[in-house]
Design a binder for this molecule. Structure first.
Ligand code: HEM
Length: 339
């Protein structure tokens, strides 16, 4: 009973904090009538998936980030390439997205649509799957406003490269990029905490090893040399040395010990503007969870399509056959609600 009251209160507070979500046509009760079993179906299925392979939680969380940061949370990253061009998946930052994550989303879509009909969008399924990936790997539970619609097209490679910066980026570049989307330094540090789960391939960090980046702990670097004997080795290692499969604040403890895997992660502790935020999260997991939830909800609102914009896809990897294709990028941009 007490927890229910707490949940209602926090939903109310979040509704007030994110009142803008209503203005964008999203709602905290969007599927209450049309598909009340949407969220329970996703959670029950992902519990099974993660029991078999917890790594898939990281894959889903990253997929949602790559969807939202490029043209908004509209499921565009899920589309396969077509006659109109290569899909977002073939752009360099997306090549290391897990193939299994796309399959999981389409499988969830099939289950949800079997129960309710084609009412829940792929963009909403991905947003809820990412939320559950966080919770089911030990992180906070939270509600997100729903009602996103799926895009009719996808972004160009240049757009993707402009919006998903490489792991060699300095905090300065990340702060500028985040600021353009309305995110603060605290949002940047909190969202980077997504790296508390999951893995990276050698090419994402091996240039820090040859020669050794002086901000890197020596023993940590030596162990990584064994994992990545060359800069283009295809091996992988965990992003969070201390608890790679658990969503917790240990990623920040890694950074304080100079054991951050990506340069972009470690630089958050080097840069004076973000260092104190890293330390605050390292010593206070509750604070990290609180800020992470706020930033994730904020991210999930980026450039959403609502109302009659876009469509609800029958297959997350392809536009519906009867979809009216917007004829130019300019027109598409007009149809897209800004953040
Ligand atoms: C701030 C800028 C960011 C950069 C430069 C960045 C970069 C990267 C890179 C290079 C990888 C490893 C790719 C590979 O080698 O396989 C990765 C993995 C990952 N990222 Fe990020 N990322 C950023 C922000 C985020 C955000 C905001 C989230 C989610 C909130 C996130 C979640 C993840 C997850 C969960 C993984 C592991 C994926 C897996 O195991 O399949 N990242 N990221």
């Amino acid at each position: 009973m007490a927890s229910k009251i707490l949940l209602t209160c926090s939903c109310l507070i979040l509704s007030l904090c994110f009142g803008g979500a209503r203005a964008q046509g999203l709602s905290w009760s969007y599927y209450d009538v049309s598909c009340p079993s949407f969220e329970p179906i996703v959670r029950a299925q992902l519990k099974k998936v993660f029991k078999n392979d917890i790594g898939q939680a990281a894959g889903l969380l990253r997929l949602h980030f790559h969807d939202c940061f490029v043209r908004g949370c509209d499921g565009s990253v899920l589309l396969d390439g077509s006659a109109s061009g290569p899909g977002e998946q073939s752009a360099p930052p997306n090549l290391s997205l897990r193939a299994e994550a796309f399959k999981i989303i389409n499988d969830l879509r099939r289950r949800v649509h079997n129960k309710c009909g084609r009412v829940v969008s792929c963009a909403d399924i991905l947003a809820i799957a990412a939320r559950d990936a966080v919770f089911l790997s030990g992180g906070p539970d939270y509600s997100i406003p729903l009602g996103r619609r799926d895009s009719l097209n996808f972004a160009t490679v240049n757009e993707i490269l402009e919006n998903l910066l490489p792991p060699t980026s300095y905090t300065s570049a990340l702060l500028v990029s985040m600021d353009r989307k309305g995110f603060t330094a605290t949002d940047l540090v909190a969202l980077s905490g997504g790296h508390t789960i999951g893995i990276a391939h050698c090419p994402s960090f091996a240039r820090r090893l040859y020669p050794r980046d002086p901000t890197m702990d020596k023993t940590f670097a030596k162990n990584l040399n064994a994992t990545c004997p060359t800069t283009n080795s295809t091996n992988t290692t965990v992003l969070d040395l201390r608890s790679p499969n658990t969503f917790d604040n240990k990623y920040y403890v890694d950074l304080m010990n100079h054991q951050g895997l990506l340069f972009s992660d470690q630089d958050l502790y080097t840069d004076k503007r973000t260092r104190d935020i890293v330390t605050a999260f390292a010593v206070n997991q509750t604070l990290f969870f609180d800020k992470f939830v706020k930033s994730m909800i904020k991210m999930s609102l980026l450039g959403v399509l609502t109302g009659s914009q876009g469509e609800v896809r029958a297959n997350c990897s392809a536009r519906n056959a009867n979809a009216v294709l917007v004829s130019s990028v300019g027109e598409a941009e007009e149809k897209r609600s800004g953040f």
